[in-house]
Design a protein around this ligand. Structure first.
Ligand code: BTN
Length: 319
């Protein structure tokens, strides 16, 4: 019954199929059709129901699943293991929980939607069902804690390269963790670590990518953009996730061998921060200056009006 119902909905996509037609095709009552639709929804199928039109299959869980991602990861330079969830509060604490339970480096947590997605600096990150890519990667790089933020810059380079490969879209890196398309934010990275004084125990790199057009709320309405809008074509989240993971695995090896220095040229090629006058907020204090360079540790070098260089280790910048 389930496969027949799905087959009819798929055959007719993007048209709606009336309840009457479905009950005829499946030889059951319209109430039974409704019950099967409800069951499919619980399994993660997104089925729209509109009075006088019928049902439309908008999204299938098999289209975005652990298998859809991991089947495209063979030969990756990290031993990836993908965990997929329909809903999580946030992929970050779930990754942390799995790490504490013994999950190894390369464990990935992906959620179709997040109810309390986290951004940097205590901000919120919206990931609605069927719309975005919310993914956290567990790493155990054995580096001193001060180096962990460099993984944000490394991930940014990987995402820009992977997105270009899959969609042809050029993203730009706004130091340290934003990826923009024509000045609008399409992706954010949140790197969180658990550390001993000399060495990190784990780093969880969280990636939030706006893939499908969404009704962003609040200030995001004017500042966010989706990859599909920029690419002008439909995109597959599993393809994007796997391309990012493949690229990140090889950039991460380079990072382990050479540090951020090994990725710096690529980072500079893709940033929109350098050469611009930027305003930096650090612990409530604002500086304005020209973003001159990043050093080999990924620290932003800001030349202020008095001609002095201010190294900016963390914080948020306004272009
Ligand atoms: C930012 O731009 O402030 C960072 C946003 C990071 C969002 C991602 S989505 C996957 C992971 N889970 C979260 O709750 N946050 C990160």
């Amino acid at each position: 019954m389930k496969s027949k119902l799905l087959a009819v909905l798929k055959e007719n996509y993007p048209e709606y199929v009336s309840g009457e037609k479905l009950s005829g095709e499946l030889s059951c009552s319209r109430t039974a059709v409704w019950k099967h639709i409800e069951k499919l929804r619980k399994e993660g199928y997104i089925i729209k129901a509109v009075r006088n039109r019928g049902y439309l299959l908008e999204n299938s869980p098999e289209a975005f699943s652990a298998h859809a991602v991991s089947s495209q990861l063979s030969g990756a330079m990290l031993p990836y293991h993908v965990n997929f969830y329909r809903v999580l509060s946030s992929t970050q604490p779930e990754a942390q929980r799995l790490f504490l339970e013994g999950a190894r480096e390369g464990t990935v947590v992906i959620a179709d939607s997040q109810t309390s997605g986290r951004g940097r600096l205590g901000r919120e990150w919206q990931t609605r069902e069927g719309k975005g890519l919310a993914m956290s990667i567990i790493l155990t790089p054995g580096i001193p804690p001060y180096k962990a933020p460099q993984l944000t810059l490394a991930a940014a380079v990987s995402i820009v390269k992977a997105v270009k490969k899959v969609t042809g879209v050029n993203m730009e890196i706004k130091w340290p963790n934003d990826l923009l398309i024509n000045g609008r934010k399409a992706c954010g990275i949140l790197t969180e670590m658990q550390s001993d004084p000399d060495q990190v125990r784990s780093v969880i790199v969280g990636i939030g990518l706006n893939v499908k057009k969404d009704d962003f709320s609040g200030e995001l309405e004017n500042t966010a953009v989706s990859l599909e809008e920029a690419a002008g074509m439909e995109l597959d989240r599993a393809d994007l996730a796997s391309a990012i993971l493949m690229q990140f695995a090889s950039d991460y090896q380079l990072f382990l061998e050479k540090g951020f220095k090994g990725l710096k040229d690529d980072w500079e090629k893709h940033t929109c921060t350098l050469g611009r006058t930027v305003r930096v907020e650090q612990n409530g204090v604002y500086f304005t200056g020209r973003a001159e360079s990043v050093d080999d540790q990924g620290i932003l070098q800001l030349r202020t009006e008095d001609g002095r260089i201010h190294p900016v280790v963390s914080g948020d910048i306004e272009l």
